[in-house]
Design a protein around this ligand. Structure first.
Ligand code: HEC
Length: 434
């Protein structure tokens, strides 16, 4: 054997282990590369006691290798198609909202390389610290200062598939001894069959009196009428997000809370569910925060009439002109099963305009509140326009499971429609103008 060949074998011998080593370094492992992404972008929902987004508990936990490995192919599919994590704002809004749930192109490619490379486990020593979740007991922001439980157990009987109901709860002195401000709140569903659960707040009048209580439970159709201010709620995909530092919603001693709940399940023998544990929880402060939230009306249209099989039905724009400067904390489009697209647009007093939020493929399954990363201040005289589009075509009907032959009008049911553009906003006090 010539020295040359010998030396090249020798060289190969050196090369092979180093090749193997570099392949190891280059192909992603679960613990070192993939788990950090799952922690950040998936585990809010995909964990053992995942956030219950109004009955939309994610089907599996993605906290350990053993849990994630069987889903490897599905994870590649759903991330390549950008169906997961769910986020419906148009890509040009990347970086604008603080609860954005998107993966970067690199993260999507990393997941694919991990699976193509055999979905290696790697070394558990490389794993990041496991994420801990405030309120694994169900409260996303830790222990509330005020808890208002559902006032009576409510049973959804075997034969019932869909029911909308509401309950009024007058806060006692023990629950709320003095006027306060809400700094965070959450509606916590007591059963996974809750599809939405909203909170309304009514302060007593100047004499400390509330209107007479209505018989309980009441029809949810009545809840928004005479239930006071809509505070928010939970439906599939909503996060409970504390208000930014310095902001609060006033809550007066002796106020009434109205729970407005939609239960939905398959009907049939043995399917009855009793909800005895739904509750609202509030974080409070007793010192007036510098800024209060509320007072900017929602943009809505109740006059809805969508023809059978109509594929592109536009409603709006509904317009509102701001009397003073307004800080916008978040935006939320709301529609039901036929909701297809939604847009918020601002027309400024200087003649320029801007799209504040564009949702090109609205998905009823994900009722997202888009919380600004940096509060968006709109000057006095700005006209905000909200427009929504609806799709009652047989194609959409096949995806979403409704009847395209139905004429659709306003209503509470998922198969009726709504057109609402909410702005979570706070008028800027005169002394805080720039
Ligand atoms: C906001 C909550 C939420 C987040 C965040 C989220 N998921 Fe999901 N995921 C769900 C829910 C709910 C479902 C079941 C309903 C559905 O398929 O739409 C689901 C379904 C899935 C499925 C399909 C499971 C099946 O039955 O086939 C995969 C795979 C998946 N998610 C992966 C991910 C990955 C990977 C991430 C992060 C990159 C992620 N999800 C982030 C809520 C979430």
């Amino acid at each position: 054997m010539s020295a040359r060949i010998l030396s090249s074998i020798f060289a190969l011998g050196v090369l092979i282990p180093s090749l193997a080593w570099s392949a190891e370094a280059g192909s992603p492992t679960f613990y070192r590369d993939v788990l950090p992404v799952l922690q950040e972008k998936c585990q809010d929902c995909h964990r053992a006691a995942g956030a219950n987004f109004g009955g939309m508990v994610a089907p599996m936990s993605l906290q350990t290798y053993e849990e994630a490995r069987p889903w490897a192919k599905a994870i590649v599919e759903k991330t390549q198609s950008r169906e997961m994590p769910p986020w419906d704002a148009d890509a040009s809004f990347h970086g604008v909202f603080k609860n954005e749930r998107t993966l970067s192109d690199e993260q999507i490619a990393l997941i694919k390389r991990w699976v193509d490379g055999g979905a290696a486990k790697g070394n558990p020593k490389d794993a990041p610290e496991p994420r801990t979740f405030a309120g694994d007991g169900g409260w996303q922001f830790g222990d509330p200062d005020l808890i208002a439980p559902i006032p009576q157990p409510f049973t959804v009987a075997d034969e019932v598939d869909d029911v909308y109901t509401a309950f009024e709860v007058d806060l006692t002195e023990a629950q709320l001894p003095q006027d306060a401000w809400i700094t965070a709140f959450q509606c916590k569903p007591g059963t996974p069959i809750i599809h939405h659960f909203n909170c309304h707040l009514m302060a007593p009048d100047a004499n400390g009196k509330l209107p007479p209580k209505r018989s309980s439970p009441l029809s949810a159709e009545l809840a928004p009428v005479g239930a006071g201010q809509y505070i928010g709620g939970v439906s599939s995909g909503t996060d409970s997000s504390p208000y930014p530092e310095g902001f609060g919603v006033p809550i007066k001693k002796g106020s009434r809370l109205t729970f407005d709940v939609h239960y939905h399940k398959e009907p049939g023998a043995g399917t009855a569910v009793t909800d005895a544990t739904s509750a609202m929880g509030f974080k409070l402060t007793y010192t007036k925060p510098p800024r209060t939230i509320g007072g900017v009306p929602a943009m809505m249209n109740f006059n809805i009439n969508i023809a059978p099989r109509e594929a592109s039905h536009q409603i709006g724009p509904v317009k509102t002109t701001l009397a003073g400067d307004v800080d916008v904390l978040g935006l939320m489009p709301h529609a039901h099963m036929r909701g297809d697209k939604a847009k918020f647009e601002a027309f400024y007093p200087d003649g320029t305009s801007e799209v504040l939020l564009n949702v090109p493929h609205y998905d009823f399954a994900w009722q997202t509140v888009y919380y600004y990363k940096d509060i968006n201040r709109l000057p006095a005289g700005t006209r905000v326009e909200y427009t929504a589009w609806y799709n009652n075509s047989p194609e959409m009907a096949a995806i979403r499971g409704f009847d395209a032959e139905q004429r659709v009008t306003f209503g509470q049911k998922s198969t009726d429609e709504m057109m609402m553009g909410f702005m979570m906003a706070s008028p800027v006090p005169a002394d805080q103008k720039k």
